[in-house]
Design a protein around this ligand. Structure first.
Ligand SMILES: NC(=O)C1=CN([C@@H]2O[C@H](COP(=O)(O)OP(=O)(O)OC[C@H]3O[C@@H](n4cnc5c(N)ncnc54)[C@H](OP(=O)(O)O)[C@@H]3O)[C@@H](O)[C@H]2O)C=CC1
Ligand SMILES: O=C(O)CCC(=O)C(=O)O
Length: 474
């Protein structure tokens, strides 16, 4: 039984089972779903705690974040097992994510004392100016299921480091890692109300989390919910940061190292079961290497082992739930109805346990305007688009409403440089998969993928602080 954390107390709600997508008979635990009234209490507690926390000793903040980071790394095996069990990432991927979360907390422990500000002369004689950053206030953090510990970490750690208080709602599908994180933060010595955990459905709690009384909302998830939060921000006057979908291109030029390109496509499109907003869902391939590239990728796909996330030989875990699996299958059916050819995978797989297994799918003969090349699937599905050369590849890469990550595989410095400059994306990868990012540098996109300041690294300060300009006549 895992309760919500409100004002420093563990508070019961309605128990809800957390189910393993590799084996639906395995219930991890019951996690208590909160009511909107609990969220209101959490916001009030965060408001009460804000003054003392934001003005409290910096060393206290740094020590707490450092302690949590160290504990995450020390409990790596246990937390990776929990993550793989509740979300379906393979153990190797889960270990990578948990390690990332630990490093994020330690990075922001350092950021607490790496302050920036400016002292300037005024244009008025005898007047001095100080430009400083202050916490933005009470922040609501709403996270998705696909990175159940890293995304909470990269929102919670900077929020606390810069002196804010937090109300955190994890995805209903993956409350386990979120609860473990909350328990660590609680034990690490945070004063009551500085950090609050409310679990449950976003459809029920969302309007309270993104409503009156909060100063900022950071959200990662779907386009539609993100736009609703943006409208609520306009109405209630809170600051908004959104990370939403992607339809990320990986361009493969004729001069690319094809084996490397196929490895990048395999990783970017299918690892983490394709459930990454940075996934390479569009493979844009130059005509002269199209067939060779497709053959190579198919060979690599055939060597993958789809299975229980916690089995040592599994390379691709299950889809997160039946709703997502049905959505993936519907996208595939629609693409074929529009004229695409399914050349590998796509079918639901049966394994020894009752899980949501799907063979990674590759579509060819797809065109730019097909739905499969415009809408995010969020599953192990990639489509190949044939292009005549670099200029067409760039135009196709940019021809979607999203702009999160964009990749190119080439040995041409000229084309790599032009792609870096002209790709309409927040992140560009050269001879690397589009997915898989570092924790100390900015993360985010353009166009329909993101809204507001970047997340991660010291750029996170843009969202979690507000600038004050003080004029002083000494
Ligand atoms: N950019 C990214 O990193 C991600 C993008 N996505 C995209 O979103 C699609 C759906 O994934 P899903 O997880 O269902 O995304 P959602 O946007 O539904 O969920 C993300 C988070 O928002 C919460 N939420 C849901 N409705 C509201 C609301 N009205 N107000 C406030 N919060 C709300 C969810 O709660 P609850 O868990 O109860 O639904 C969850 O915590 C994917 O197929 C993919 O396209 C998903 C995950 C990550
Ligand atoms: O690619 C990554 O490492 C991060 C992806 C991500 O943040 C997401 O899918 O939500």
């Amino acid at each position: 039984m895992k309760h919500n954390l409100i004002a420093g107390e563990w508070v019961a709600g309605t128990p809800s089972p957390n189910i393993n997508p590799s084996d639906t008979s395995d219930v991890i635990d019951d996690y208590h779903q909160a009511e909107p009234a609990h969220v209101e209490r959490a916001i009030a507690a965060a408001q009460d705690a804000l003054g003392p926390w934001s003005r409290g000793p910096l060393q206290q903040r740094a020590d707490i974040l450092d302690r949590v980071g160290a504990e995450i790394l020390q409990r790596l095996d246990e937390l990776a097992d929990l993550l793989a069990r509740e979300e379906g990432k393979t153990l190797r991927e889960a270990r990578g994510e948990v390690t990332r979360a630990g490093h994020i907390f330690r990075f922001f422990a350092g950021e607490v004392v790496r302050q920036t500000g400016q002292h300037l002369d005024s244009i008025r004689p005898g007047v001095e100016i100080d430009i400083t950053r202050e916490p933005v206030g009470v922040v609501s953090l709403i996270t998705p299921w696909n990175f159940p510990i890293a995304i909470p970490a990269w929102k919670i750690a900077p929020a606390l480091a810069y002196g804010n208080t937090v109300v955190f709602k994890p995805a209903d599908l993956t409350p386990g890692c979120a609860w473990a994180l909350a328990e660590m933060l609680h034990r690490a010595g945070l004063p009551a109300g500085v950090f609050n955990l409310v679990m449950g459905r976003g459809s029920k709690l969302g309007s309270t989390l993104a409503g009156p009384g909060v100063d900022a909302v950071s959200f990662t998830g779907s386009d539609g919910v993100g736009r609703g939060i943006l409208r609520a921000g306009a109405e209630h006057g809170f600051k908004v940061q959104l990370e939403m979908g992607g339809k990320n291109p990986l361009v493969v030029l004729a001069d690319a190292d094809l084996d490397l390109a196929a490895d990048c496509a395999l990783d970017g499109a299918f690892y983490a079961t394709g459930q990454r907003c940075t996934a390479s869902s569009r493979l844009i391939v130059e005509e002269s290497v199209h067939d060779a590239f497709v053959e190579l990728l198919k060979e690599k796909m055939a060597r993958q082992v789809v299975g229980d996330a916690r089995a040592s030989d599994t390379t691709i875990g299950p889809v997160v739930d039946d709703r997502q699996l049905q959505s993936n299958l519907a996208h595939l059916a629609r693409a074929q109805a529009e004229g695409a050819t399914l050349v590998a995978g796509g079918e639901r797989l049966q394994r020894g346990t009752n899980g949501f297994y799907q063979a990674p799918a590759l579509l060819t003969e797809t065109t730019e305007n097909m739905q499969i090349n415009q809408e995010e699937v969020f599953g192990p599905v990639a489509s190949v688009l044939r292009v005549s050369g670099f200029d067409e590849a760039l135009a196709v890469a940019n021809g979607v409403r999203f702009g999160l990550a964009a990749g190119i595989c080439t040995t041409s410095l000229k084309h790599a440089s032009r792609f870096r400059r002209d790709a309409q994306a927040g992140m560009v990868m050269v001879n690397l998969p589009t997915a898989g990012v570092d924790y100390h540098v900015p993360f985010g996109g353009r166009k329909g993928s993101s809204h507001g300041p970047r997340e991660q690294g010291s750029y996170a300060a843009e969202f979690y602080t507000t600038v004050k300009t003080a004029y002083v006549r000494p």
